[in-house]
Design a protein around this ligand. Structure first.
Ligand code: C5P
Length: 404
């Protein structure tokens, strides 16, 4: 299988320690059948040799903007037109700053400006540099212009720090590139999903929350991208890296989640509500920290809106999938919820001591009008792929029925 056969990819490598991983990325893309033209910045050459990349891609690496020999073969504007996709991995803070400013001071920045091909960047830098307001502003500006961000990941860094700023693994970047060209079952479809817990503020430092880890929702987002969907993930507070190719909106409370969902829902084909949304929130969050002045404290809670029910009640509603986490009588409660919320499908699981939340394995009972299927205990990543298959089966069947 060569999912990128004949695709013309321009791989930009900038000067960070993660540059050594770019050789592996080039190898994976070539193995997928792509034609890969590497462009390196001068700083990148301090980290990895051009000969390595030339040997892997079978093409001389381009470095200089004004190189008479290369310009004679394929000028930089021609190269910008040649590319179907530009991938910059690793993308340093400096590269992002130059790209955001629209500068054309070397071959790579010039190509990024001259090309009409989509640009995807996989940032890699020290965690403080990534968190810096300047970098965040540059990234936000690039994203607002349609640049796709892959990562960064969190974890141990070459400099000894721990935090966000690691380049995504080459295989993750390969997956995202494949997804861009894939004719998946959900190509051209927009899928919106919620994941993780919500936090309902009691005062400036305390909140009501729950044990949802967000793992199932994030695994679903990855599986949806693999099917070619364009995925928006509204995530409550979780410590998980953003899956490659996913647009993520971070929220805290149920009300913020609702707002983000309603902003994103137009044009959505499938809505999957995987979040463990708090049913209640404090009637009013105290403005100051609550003091322990009495032996008891009564909290007044009010109901949160049911985001899923509200989306399912829209006149132009997407295909709606809900989750039901139950401690007992799973099937009966799930059936009742399917009807009460007027869902197209519900995925139910038993939760309790070490089941469902915060664990890597899970099992699901998936129910829809007129059918059901059990998905046995397995890693959430595999379970997610199977659930996505079931969702697409039902979605396709419903779309076909509506069109006849
Ligand atoms: O009613 P219950 O909370 O068990 O329903 C669970 C399903 O409804 C999940 O899919 C969850 O994401 C969704 N939900 C929601 N908004 C709420 C409560 C639940 O979207 N306020």
């Amino acid at each position: 299988m060569q999912p990128l056969r004949g695709r013309r990819l321009l791989l930009g490598i900038t000067g960070g320690i993660a540059a050594y991983k770019a050789a592996e990325l080039a190898r994976l893309l070539v193995k997928d059948g792509a034609e890969v033209q590497v462009v390196m910045t001068r700083a990148a050459e301090a980290f990895i040799g051009t000969m390595t990349l030339q040997a892997i891609t079978g093409r001389p690496v381009r470095e200089a903007l004004f190189d008479a020999q290369h310009e004679a073969a394929m000028g930089h504007i021609e190269l910008a037109r040649w590319a179907e996709l530009v991938i910059v991995a690793p993308a340093t803070a400096d590269f992002l700053a130059h790209a955001a400013a629209g500068m054309a001071h070397d071959l790579l920045s010039t190509l990024c400006l001259a090309t009409t091909a989509p640009l995807v960047v996989a940032p890699a830098m020290n965690q403080a540099m990534w968190r810096h307001a300047a970098t965040q502003a540059n990234v936000a500006l690039l994203q607002s212009r349609g640049v796709s961000l892959l990562g960064p990941d969190e974890g141990a860094q070459a400099c000894g720090d721990v935090g966000p700023g690691r380049m995504l693994e080459p295989v993750e970047i390969q997956r995202a590139v494949r997804a861009r060209f894939a004719d998946g079952r959900l190509s051209g479809r927009k899928v919106l999903l919620t994941a993780g817990p919500t936090r309902e503020a009691l005062d400036p430092v305390r909140f009501l929350g729950n044990r949802s880890s967000g793992k199932m929702g994030f695994a679903l987002a990855t599986a949806l991208v693999a099917e070619g969907a364009s995925v928006t993930l509204v995530a409550g507070p979780v410590s998980l890296p953003t899956p490659a190719g996913v647009e993520r909106i971070d929220v805290e409370s149920a009300l913020q989640m609702r707002e983000a969902v309603f902003t994103s829902v137009p044009g959505t084909a499938i809505f999957i509500a995987c979040a463990a949304v708090a049913d209640f929130r404090p009637a009013a969050a105290a403005e100051q920290k609550i003091k322990k002045t009495s032996e008891t404290l009564a909290l007044e809670l009010i109901r949160n809106p049911d985001i899923l029910s509200e989306v399912a009640a829209l006149p132009q509603r997407p295909f709606c999938v809900g989750f039901a986490a139950e401690t007992d009588d799973v099937e009966a409660y799930a059936q009742a919820k399917l009807r009460a919320k007027r869902l197209d499908m519900i995925a139910a699981n038993r939760v309790g001591a070490s089941r469902g939340f915060e664990v890597d394995d899970n099992a699901l009972l998936v129910i829809w009008e007129g059918g059901q299927q059990s998905l046995p205990t397995q890693p959430k990543s595999r379970l997610a792929a199977q659930l996505v298959n079931l969702i697409v089966d039902r979605f396709d069947a419903q779309t076909a029925a509506e069109n006849t």
